[in-house]
Write a protein that binds this ligand. Structure first.
Ligand SMILES: C[S@@+](CC[C@H](N)C(=O)[O-])C[C@H]1O[C@@H](n2cnc3c(N)ncnc32)[C@H](O)[C@@H]1O
Length: 241
């Protein structure tokens, strides 16, 4: 476990993950310099900066007011909004739309003030992400394939595990394969009227966290408003514990 902590605290490793995401997008001939982006879980922007510096515009949302000074220092040209991003997108949203959307959310259950288990990973915000999209967008977020559930956080981890099961289905949520996850999110976005143009996963630190990248296009055609669990069924069987 000590080694694992050391690996996680190696910020360099995290940064190289985002650098690889940028390289991948450039290799797909995405003209980053013409695009506007937003990070909706800004923190102090340690990893976001590598993407932000390639984009035309980069906005940052972050709940913690203490991050403001550091963000303003690093992203002097950016609009910084101190807000609860999840709540902001739960309401009617008629503000700026973006071409690149990054979600570097906390990697467990979390929440404001006394509601420390209100939210889980990106699960509570993903269904509203379409509100930030005009016609097409690149969505980048972290997916936890193999979470490490520290024993001392037993109660919180139980809630976290259950939230993962509610979200991903009745599979072994402690070890999910990339293939299942890509198919799962493709289904998820389709259900939200977002057609997939391309998808890709890029490791941030193997074997736990990957960046998942989906280029999507808004599709106004009526689709069944639920995950197609029938077509996912053969995969579900394979990933059950
Ligand atoms: C993993 S950190 C972000 C790291 C950052 N993107 C970077 O590059 O270093 C997650 C951030 O999400 C923020 N956060 C948690 N809940 C939030 C919410 N509801 N709305 C906005 N930000 C939130 C936390 O305060 C924390 O700074």
């Amino acid at each position: 476990m000590k080694d694992l902590k050391k690996i996680i605290s190696e910020k360099k490793l995290f940064r190289s993950g985002m650098k690889n995401v940028v390289q991948y997008l450039l290799s797909k001939n995405i003209k980053l310099g013409e695009l506007s982006g937003v990070e909706i879980f800004g923190g102090t922007g340690e990893t976001d900066i590598f993407l932000a510096e390639k984009l035309k515009i980069f906005e940052i949302w972050e709940i913690d007011r203490n991050c403001f000074v550091e963000l303003k220092k690093k992203f002097s040209k950016s609009k910084i909004d101190i807000c609860n991003s999840i709540e902001k997108l739960e309401k009617e949203y008629n503000d700026t739309k973006f071409d690149v959307i990054v979600m570097d959310n906390p990697m467990n259950v979390y929440g404001p003030n006394k509601e420390s288990t209100k939210y889980c990973e990106h699960f509570d915000i993903l269904e509203n992400i379409y509100k930030l999209i005009n016609k097409e967008a690149i969505i980048i977020f972290l997916v936890n394939k193999k979470p490490f559930f520290y024993n001392k956080l037993h109660k919180k981890n139980l809630i976290w595990k259950n939230r993962r099961k509610e979200f991903y289905g009745d599979i072994d949520v402690e070890n999910i394969g990339s293939y299942y996850l890509i198919k799962f999110y493709e289904e998820y976005f389709n259900k939200n009227k977002l057609e997939i143009i391309f998808s890709k996963n890029i490791p941030r630190h193997h074997p736990h966290l990957d960046y998942f990248i989906f280029k999507v296009r808004k599709n106004e055609v009526e689709v069944i408003n639920s995950i197609d669990w029938i077509s996912l069924n053969p995969l579900l069987e394979r990933y059950k514990k």
